[in-house]
Design a protein around this ligand. Sequence first.
Ligand code: NDP
Ligand code: 2IT
Length: 444
Amino acid sequence: MTYIGNVIENVIRNNPGEMEFHQAVREVLESLEPVIERHPEYARAGLLERLVEPERQVMFRVPWMDEQNKVRVNRGFRVQFNSAIGPYKGGLRFHPTVNLGIIKFLAFEQIFKNSLTGLPIGGGKGGSDFDPRGKSDTDIMRFCQSFMTELYRHIGADTDVPAGDIGVGAREIGYLFGQYKRIRNAYEGVLTGKGLTYGGSLARKEATGYGLIYFVDEMIQAKGKSFENRTVSVSGSGNVAIYAVEKAQQLGAKVIALSDSDGYIYDPAGIDFQDLRQLKEIDRQRISAYVKLHPQAEYHKGSTGIWTIPCDIALPCATQNELNKEAAETLVKNGCFAVGEGANMPATPEAVRVFHQNGVLFAPGKASNAGGVAVSALEMSQNSMRYSWSFEEVNSKLKTIMKNIYLNVSEAAREYGCQDNLAAGANIAGFRKVADAMLAQGIV
Ligand code: NDP
Ligand code: 2IT
């Protein structure tokens, strides 16, 4: 068996039941074949065996008392996967489906994504099986305070810097920051995605969605295409989806569909961005509420139905494995020519294969959604300097970063003989920097 095959087999044996983690490891490692062939020093240094083993994994009890004085217990996680190129960095996910395997897949992906940004950040991820849906502000605050009462001892501005992900936005980051500061008696940039009144960066909120569109724009422009007058479907209707909609519309696209875990909306007239933002970000409503304001729009139950709507460009921005082989085939049949992952690993491996086989331009999440964490790193820089940049300064840095990621990823794909396979290019380019840093630092 090959070196890579062996490492994958051991990961499956040593981490039973962690399907998403196996999937992410397999996807990355299989595309590293030409790199490992060209660089035998990596195998000699046991680099892949070390890469797939998290440096540290923390699991902890999160007890809290809800508004009805009922005792609740959730499970908290922080996986500090790799710190070769910087302090651990990555979001926190609060969702009932969260388990160790999901956090490990996300932390593993984060290593390569963070490397691609060109900024000095290692890979980590955390979260809880806490379900924020329908909870009051009080319950959210109590949960966040209890979560941080354990997490604080594992993180720090130079150690590990969490941020948001599914179910964790500005409100949660605020409560988490408040509790950290109180326990540590230190005002430091320990979290990103903070509010603008207490150390947050302008354009962080918009960064993942905007960055996705900047990346996809580079990718389609390289093939002589643009967003102008294209129809776009965006799954999810959270932070990433909302700002992908705004930027796609600014570039002349017509966004016709959005979803949540219950269903999807189709608005042939094009989504009204202001109403969307008000509904989702401020009123915290379900996406179905949109059709009350826009009667020409349709609401359908079942979130995956969104992929049956014909569109030119599909942007999955909800969650992992939300777009399967069948959905990919339908998109191809309906003329979709580009897919950009705003979420982490939203397309299954079979779906990605369908896109590649049919010449659909495919932007892999670890490259195309890296704008969020990139601006998080810029937030860290601003916190260290005790200074803040304007929206335009941050946005223009973000644009440059996304362009550079596109160039590096496509160049790596070309250099290693898999031209136009940006998924392989992203894995290779992200890996090379981390691998060389690990080599230089010895067996640690
Ligand atoms: P939000 O919590 O703001 O929004 C998540 C959206 O996805 C909601 O509309 C939610 O619907 C939907 N969703 C979640 N789980 C499912 C599911 N199982 N099936 C269908 N829909 C689902 O999260 P974000 O927008 O921040 O994150 C979206 C994706 O982007 C995630 O994969 C995340 O890891 C990734 N990402 C986020 C970054 C960021 O900066 N926030 C950066 C890079 C990647 P509902 O309300 O019904 O749950
Ligand atoms: O998946 C991701 O890149 C994020 N959720 C953002 C991480 C961050 O540290 O900003």
